[in-house]
Write a protein that binds this ligand. Structure first.
Ligand code: SF4
Length: 206
C-alpha cells in the first residue's frame, strides 16, 4: 500500500483509484516488489489494484465490513479482502472495466462499478432497484431462516464514500439508500424475497 502522509479526501482517493486503474490499462500490473509494504496480504500477490476500483463494495463475501474510523466516520474496512490481489480475479476486473471508454469510467457512479463486481462474483446483477432503495441482495446463495422481526442497514454512498449508516426495520422508510444485511457474530440479518431472514456465514466467493 502506498504510504499516505495525510488522510485523503474521498475525491483524492477516487483520483488515486482511477490513476491506478488507468495504469493497469497501460499495462502496469502484477506484483509490486519495490513497494515497502509488499506483500501486504500474501506472498506473490497481484498489486495491480492497490486502490480497489469497487471501494466501498459493501459485499461482505469479499471480507470487508463497515467500521467507525477514529474520527467518527463510517468506513468500509477491506482488511480481510484478498480477492482483488488474486491474479485471475484481477485480470477479470481489468477485462471487465477496459470495455468502457475512460471518460465513462471517470463519470460513472458507485452503482455502475458495483454491478460490474456483482456480475464478476455472482454471474449476474443481484442488486434490486426500488423507488426508495437499492437492495444489495447478497443472501440468495446462503442458508437462511425466516424471522418475524428484523432490521437491515441503510447506507448512503456519495462520491464513493459512505456518508451515513442507519438501521431500519422497514424498507419503505429507506431514503434512496443502499440496503445491506446487518452482520453480527457470523450471522447476516437481512431481507430475502421480501421477508426478514437470518443467514449463516458462508463465504461462497472464496
Ligand atoms: S472488500 Fe475487496 S472488493 Fe470490496 S472494496 Fe474492499 S478491496 Fe475492494
Amino acid at each position: 500500500m502506498e504510504e499516505m502522509k495525510d488522510t485523503p479526501t474521498p475525491t483524492k482517493l477516487r483520483e488515486r483509484t482511477l490513476k491506478d486503474l488507468f495504469s493497469v490499462f497501460e499495462g502496469i500490473y502484477g506484483p509490486s516488489f519495490e513497494c515497502r509494504y509488499y506483500p501486504c496480504h500474501f506472498s506473490g500477490q497481484d498489486c495491480s489494484f492497490c486502490y480497489c476500483p469497487f471501494y466501498p463494495c459493501l459485499i461482505y463475501d469479499m471480507g470487508g465490513e463497515i467500521k467507525v474510523s477514529s474520527d467518527g466516520n463510517f468506513v468500509w474496512s477491506c482488511v480481510n479482502c484478498w480477492k482483488i490481489h488474486e491474479k485471475d480475479f484481477s485480470e477479470n476486473v481489468m477485462v471487465a472495466l477496459s470495455r468502457y471508454p475512460r471518460q465513462r469510467i471517470v463519470e460513472e457512479d458507485w452503482f455502475f462499478f458495483n454491478e460490474i463486481l456483482q456480475e464478476l462474483l455472482f454471474g449476474d446483477v443481484v442488486g434490486i432497484r426500488d423507488e426508495n432503495y437499492y437492495l444489495l441482495d447478497i443472501l440468495s446463495d446462503k442458508v437462511c431462516e425466516e424471522i418475524d422481526d428484523g432490521e437491515v442497514l441503510a447506507v448512503k454512498v456519495d462520491n464513493f464514500s459512505i456518508t451515513s449508516v442507519r438501521k431500519i426495520k422497514d424498507l419503505k422508510s429507506a431514503e434512496n439508500e443502499i440496503i445491506i444485511p446487518v452482520k453480527s457474530k457470523g450471522r447476516y440479518y437481512g431481507v430475502r424475497d421480501e421477508s426478514f431472514v437470518v443467514c449463516y456465514e458462508d463465504r461462497l466467493v472464496y
